[in-house]
Design a protein around this ligand. Structure first.
Ligand code: HPA
Length: 271
């Protein structure tokens, strides 16, 4: 039995959008306008959906947009929930579990991230091969709901190899360079210190960000396939002799939007 609150949210969404898509897309900072490319869009403000949390972060509109992208039916989150906003982990988990209850099989996570790997440049795209959870948090802490997934879920292949392969092919089809690497999740909202970035690099991280890993954990817990793509919007702290700003993150994500949209569409056509 799926939990009542999840079931109620899913029923509401189903009543508004009809058949559920197989893919849900989470749009990261500065990437939310990708939802403008969705055809036949039906938008549902989070506040209208029973039990859904409401987002506060800049660059995050706060609605679900259902429709078709590159001919593929999708359900997009325009605005995601971050731990740094003060949302409890349960709120970050809720949309993912609602997607699962709707029959969504694939969670496609996008984000803006800082480049830790010094061979990266702002504007690069990176597919996530794995992540490192440096937050000290886990969205599965608390009683386990056995109807959703196991108490101790396996995380050996968090990012589905078949989807990673599709992303590689899509990038090559679009003529877009696609890096691959490990994403380190810090809670934020302060950007990391140079020492933290050196630590993350030593531990094997290629990029850092304040999202994605918790959603990926929740998705794997309930058996969904996961793909993650970062837009590297800046070099992480201490690499360049300049401060990092939220404006810079938005600006680069916005500038790379056309290529990002093309890549996302091509990936959707392949999965
Ligand atoms: N650190 C954390 N999150 C981010 C960064 C960063 O440098 N850039 C974009 N999101």
């Amino acid at each position: 039995m799926v939990r009542d609150d999840i079931q109620e949210a899913a029923s509401f969404i189903r009543s508004r959008i009809g058949a559920s898509p197989a893919v849900a897309l989470v749009l990261g900072s500065g990437l939310g306008s990708l939802a403008d490319d969705i055809e036949g869009a039906v938008a549902l403000p989070y506040g209208d959906i029973p039990h859904f949390p409401v987002s506060t972060a800049p660059g995050h509109a706060g609605r679900l947009v259902a429709g078709s992208l590159a001919g593929v039916p999708v359900l997009a989150m325009q605005g995601r929930f971050h731990f740094y906003e003060g949302h409890p982990m349960a709120s970050i988990a809720f949309p993912v579990r609602t997607f699962k209850a709707l029959g969504v099989r694939t969670l496609f996570l996008t984000n803006a991230a800082g480049g830790v790997n010094e061979s990266f440049s702002p504007g690069d795209f990176m597919a996530l091969r794995d992540h490192i959870n440096l937050s000290g948090q886990n969205p599965l802490i608390g009683p386990n709901d056995d109807s959703l997934g196991p108490r101790f879920p396996d995380m050996s292949t968090t990012y589905t190899p078949r989807l990673l392969e599709a992303a590689r092919k899509a990038a090559s089809d679009c003529g877009v360079a696609l890096r691959e690497g490990v994403y380190a999740w810090f809670t934020g909202p302060s950007f990391e210190t140079p020492a933290e970035i050196r630590m993350a690099r030593t531990l094997g991280a290629d990029a850092v960000g304040m999202s994605t890993a918790p959603e990926a954990i929740v998705a794997r817990h309930c058996g969904m396939d996961v793909l993650g793509i970062s837009c590297i919007t800046n070099m992480a702290a201490g690499i360049l002799d300049q401060p990092i700003t939220g404006e810079e993150v938005m600006e680069i994500a916005d500038k790379r939007r056309p290529e990002f949209v093309a890549l996302v569409k091509r990936i959707l056509g392949l999965i």
